[in-house]
Design a protein around this ligand. Structure first.
Ligand SMILES: NC(=O)c1ccc[n+]([C@@H]2O[C@H](COP(=O)([O-])OP(=O)(O)OC[C@H]3O[C@@H](n4cnc5c(N)ncnc54)[C@H](OP(=O)(O)O)[C@@H]3O)[C@@H](O)[C@H]2O)c1
Length: 328
């Protein structure tokens, strides 16, 4: 039995989670893919730092070392920002290597381009982890709702801002206090701009829109505001009406495939399915013409939830790996 050989680009929270789950879940992976899954290399920025990997794993800061590896089957990408991830994934796809990414900023900007290239090169691109972390919304939309026409998506897609809004309401925190607590707990980045200005949710709305319509989003047409200007007064005012302010990404898709997209704080009442999505959870409410309304809820970020859906992507594309493994 040969093995599926994988490289992990980026070895921070998500990349190390992928490594640990692969190491810990070999038996299940063999059952599901028919082969062992072997991490053969890791790409990092700072090679001088000690990494907790088997001694035979190549640790490098040069992606060319990884491309030169014989029989590489899959690249997992978990770096931050559009570059260098985009260039690396392009080269991997052109070399016939399957790719799985968690990088929403990269995929929001370059997702269509990468998916088209992958189709030309007959490889698969897994991007489940780019939207709603551990919640398998991409798989549900692409594989389980194919007969249905999706007419609306309303979603809480940023766990950090949802956590902050929950704390501001429940514990009367100011936005600064809520942000400090989110940072102390590791939910918010040291630079929280993408979370609190709404950009992180915008990336995910763009990815969903392009997935559902196959049309590149004109970012200027998407209204985007975050939670940074909200005050305790706004939160309390909503509470007095029995409502909660949620940061919501919304897509409306008409019969011609025209999309209206926006990301902004919205006051929702108890009847709204997003009302009870609290803390760091994400929630996605999908309305489709045949099935009606569906609600997906779960951890929108975190090491193992995110790594888990990346490995689900690996399992899904493992059938294609067998095919390319023979032809390469
Ligand atoms: N954290 C989450 O819960 C989560 C959830 C869903 C999606 N994501 C996405 O997953 C990606 C990774 O997030 P993370 O939280 O794991 O980030 P992170 O902890 O900051 O890790 C980033 C990793 O990328 C490496 N890196 C940075 N620049 C590089 C370069 N030029 N070349 C090679 N490697 C480079 C870093 O190397 P060093 O170790 O040497 O610094 C580090 O290992 C991001 O795109 C994020 O949006 C994260």
């Amino acid at each position: 039995m040969g093995s599926i050989k994988v490289a992990i680009l980026g070895f921070g929270t998500v990349g190390s989670g992928v490594y640990e789950l692969i190491e810990a879940q070999q038996e299940r992976l063999i059952q599901l893919t028919g082969r062992r899954v072997e991490v053969v290399a890791v790409l990092v920025e700072d090679v001088s730092r000690q990494r907790d990997v088997r001694p035979d794993v190549l640790v490098t800061d040069d992606f060319e070392d990884i491309l030169r590896l014989p029989e590489l089957d899959v690249v997992f990408e978990a770096i931050v920002g559009v570059e260098p991830g985009f260039t690396h994934l392009k080269k991997a796809i052109e070399s016939g290597v399957q790719v799985v990414t968690a990088n929403k900023e990269l995929f929001a900007h370059k997702g269509i381009e990468l998916r088209e290239l992958a189709e030309e090169c007959d490889v698969q691109v897994g991007f489940e982890a780019t939207v709603a972390g551990g919640v398998p919304i991409i798989g549900a939309l692409t594989q389980l709702l194919r007969m249905n026409r999706i007419v609306k998506v309303e979603a809480i897609l940023n766990g950090t801002s949802n956590y902050m809004l929950t704390k501001m309401r429940e514990e009367q925190m100011t936005i600064d206090e809520a942000l400090s607590e989110a940072q102390a707990l590791g939910y918010a980045e040291a630079d929280p701009t993408n979370d609190i200005e709404g950009f992180d949710a915008l990336f995910k709305v763009v990815i969903l829109s392009e997935l559902l319509t196959e049309v590149k989003v004109d970012w200027n047409q998407v209204r985007c505001s975050g939670i940074s200007n909200l005050t305790s007064g706004d939160i309390n005012h909503a509470s007095t009406r029995g409502e909660r302010i949620k940061h919501v990404g919304r897509l409306l898709i008409d019969e011609e495939g025209q999309v209206e997209a926006e990301v902004r704080p919205v006051s929702v009442d108890e009847a709204h399915k997003l009302y009870s999505i609290e803390g760091v959870d994400n929630g996605v409410v999908v309305t489709a013409d045949l099935v009606g309304e569906l609600v997906f809820q779960g951890p929108g970020a975190g090491k193992y939830p995110t790594a888990s859906v990346m490995i689900e992507d690996l399992v899904l594309i493992s059938k294609s790996i067998k095919k390319t493994a023979v032809s390469r």
